[in-house]
Ligand binder design. Structure first.
Ligand SMILES: Cc1ncc(C[n+]2csc(CCOP(=O)(O)OP(=O)(O)O)c2C)c(N)n1
Ligand SMILES: [Mg+2]
Length: 221
């Protein structure tokens, strides 16, 4: 009989201290997502909030963002602990704040766009220019540091994830599927691509359904 050794406790178990740090990082990412969607000024709420601090037109899906930054936060932990080769693919629509927040937090955004520096002035520009014509898109556009493909049309996250791992045995593609996206034909079909994935020759796809209860089951109306 063969026994499969379990992963070493140090890398598989989340200590309270580590959980607290991850949680703090995730909360900061969530603050950035809210700021991007709602604020055009007063980014750190250092003064009482006034109507002119709020954007006139709100774009970007708040509900989509915490789930995606949660995946990002915890994926980073396993990437670091296990030295993984992993990419994240974002399916839900207009959920870019869920990725832009982490990218700003880890310093990559300011590195590529020095005017979005990690200070109050840079943060104000980052917030104001999100979903503003000619500036930062509400999808994860190619201008996003680290991004390799534009989204926009729902339905393709699993096809892209599978395509990325074919003949790429060391890669893990973490794919977040929006519950709305999951209702599209291309996405429904893409669940079947696993039939073509070979665990020896190809990498692995780790799909996560972002099911946010947007459709109430058994509701009377
Ligand atoms: C094929 C297609 N149909 C419609 C849209 C318009 N659209 C953009 S986001 C969205 C809702 C997406 O829902 P979901 O995937 O659940 O994402 P979330 O709720 O997390 O924003 C829709 C219908 C689109 N981008 N692509
Ligand atoms: Mg949804």
């Amino acid at each position: 009989m063969t026994t499969i050794p379990s992963a070493p406790a140090t890398t598989s178990q989340l200590s309270d201290a580590e959980a607290e740090r991850l949680h703090a990082w995730w909360q900061a990412a969530n603050y950035l997502a809210v700021g991007m969607i709602y604020l055009q000024d007063n980014p750190l709420l250092r003064e009482p909030l006034r109507p002119e601090h709020i954007k006139n037109r709100l774009l970007g899906h708040w509900g989509s963002s915490p789930g995606q930054s949660f995946l990002w936060t915890h994926a980073n932990r396993v990437i670091r602990n296990h030295d993984l080769d992993m990419i994240y693919l974002s399916g839900p629509g207009h959920g870019a704040p869920g990725m832009l927040g982490p990218v700003y937090l880890d310093g990559s955004y300011s590195e590529v766009y020095p005017d979005k520096s990690q200070d109050m002035a840079g943060l104000q520009r980052f917030f104001k220019q999100f979903s503003f014509p000619g500036h930062i898109g509400s999808h994860c556009t190619p201008e996003t540091p680290g991004s390799i493909h534009e989204g926009g049309e729902l339905g393709y996250v699993l096809s892209h994830a599978c395509g990325a791992v074919f003949d790429n045995p060391d890669l893990i593609a973490l794919a977040c599927v929006g519950d709305g996206e999951a209702e599209t034909g291309p996405l429904a079909t893409a669940w079947h691509i696993n039939k073509f994935l070979n665990p020896i020759r190809d990498g692995a796809v780790l799909p996560v359904l972002s099911w946010r209860g947007s459709r109430r089951r058994n509701s009377p109306a």
